[in-house]
Design a protein around this ligand. Sequence first.
Ligand code: ADP
Length: 575
Amino acid sequence: MQHISEKWLKRFNYLYILYSLIILALYAVAAFNQQTPVIKNVNTWGMGPGTAIFALSCIIFNLAFMRPVKRYNLWLAYVISYILVSITNVAATELALGSSGEYVFIGMTYTLSLLSITLGPIIGIGVLTISAVITGMVVAENIEPTALGVTNDMIAFGVRSIIVITGIYLLHNKYETSSFGAKQNYIERYFVSNEVVSLLTNSISDGVIIIDQNEVVRSINPAAQKIINQPAKNVIDLNYRSVLKLKKINGTAIEDNEEPILQALKSGKPVNKELLLQVPGLPEIFIDINISVIADEQTKEIYGATIIMRDVSNRKKEESARSDFISTASHEMRTPVAAIEGYIELALNEKVSRIDDTAKKYLEKAKMSTEHLGRLFQDLLASAKAEDGRISNRPQVIEIGKLFEQQAEMSKMAAQQKGLQFEFIISPGGQSSRSSAKTISPLYYVLADPDRIRELASNLIDNAIKYTPSGKITLGLTGDKDVVQFFVKDTGVGIAQEDISHLFQKFYRVDSTDTRTTGGTGLGLYITKEIAELYHGRVWVESEKGKGTTFYVNIPRMNTAQAEASIANDQNSSN
Ligand code: ADP
């Protein structure tokens, strides 16, 4: 069973339906002219009851039987439709023989035999064989030639053969082998018509949708029907995108490279996300969606995917109320804390107040704790914002190398105060370079808010300084044509393997003697991750306990020419 992608089969099938409808319309006109529903005098256009019956059967097949046959075997369904329309055409050609309409139907015959290539070499060569037999019979004078005459019929057959064989040769990579039928049957047998699977999915309260590798919905359980507010019959056999209208949590559209179902089908790996779902006639809901692919265990060939979804709108509402509360509370509490800090500063200032050494010692401790409290409120506020997608973000084209030069200056001072070395390295990375008088430095453009990138880098550098008792901190910048990568490397206490997977969670702090004594909120890395993801980037860590840690961040890189054009454009419009 061979064919090209279903998308094209479907499009060609629309042509067959259209052709059948035109034939029926021609028949209706002829019947009207002859004042009888059953035409007796076949007209120039070859309209007779035979033609109409085949055209009608093609339409009835598409309306009533296409779906069930498709479920059994997709390829067979399109072949039947193709055969019905071909017979309609043959009938019309035969009946129009010797009249002016014949040329139209001969033209259609050639077009249909070309379309047969889409159904695969078997059908294509089968069609050619049949017409070879007919041409042979014409030459042998067993049947009449078409309006073209014997010689032209032979030439036309030769041309057709060359076109069909060339088409089959050009498309040979696009043809799927019998595994397509196997894939359909696998999903059908084990997931769609399997009673145990149906009982199981019908009994669980999470929504379950099964799609095949063509993204077509093959099964949907009652919970999913409730979530999308549609009965099964409205969604089965449709592309899942017309069934699940997904948006990002913040209400913006999802690009294809972030679309979780496509991601899963492409990568073969499970994907879990929280997204907004548009439900017809109801308000949007928040869903937690889990996609796992259905694949052959040995060949890893993907047959389809299981989509499991849960309405988490209530939980989201609670979370939003909680983060609103945290935002307001931390915002309000920062003001008195800043006042306390100010008064302690005044008390410690020898020009303003006179205190003895013991009081000074206590006040210095109070100052440290107040600073810690101030940072905690700031981090709480930032994390509450990150949680509900309110991170302040004014993206612009920025050159990370330049931004980091300033950042490195400040961090170098902080590192040196603790007796640590600090180094900033820019490595070449794929795209064109700008040469200045002394150096040639690669340009690393990204589209992001400079404040957020500074926040992200300083979170990582501050941690490196905090968790490195002695040695060196390196801030590195590199990349390739698609991404800008920077890393913060230290020679500090390191992180145990079991802690690594939790590091980016909120409030997670490694509990060890090395880190317990260092003040922190456990929110910095969570905020760092949220910022990286805001710019479609990612952050990860490599570390060895006792040896040191390297945090890496990848952010999509902007093409230098594009970035410079965009900067020039902004400058022009602001002038
Ligand atoms: P905080 O530093 O405020 O505790 P973070 O979210 O920034 O919170 O970091 C979480 C935890 O990760 C820290 O408590 C620390 O244990 C560990 N950590 C982060 N960066 C480093 C590093 N460079 N070296 C060792 N441990 C680190």
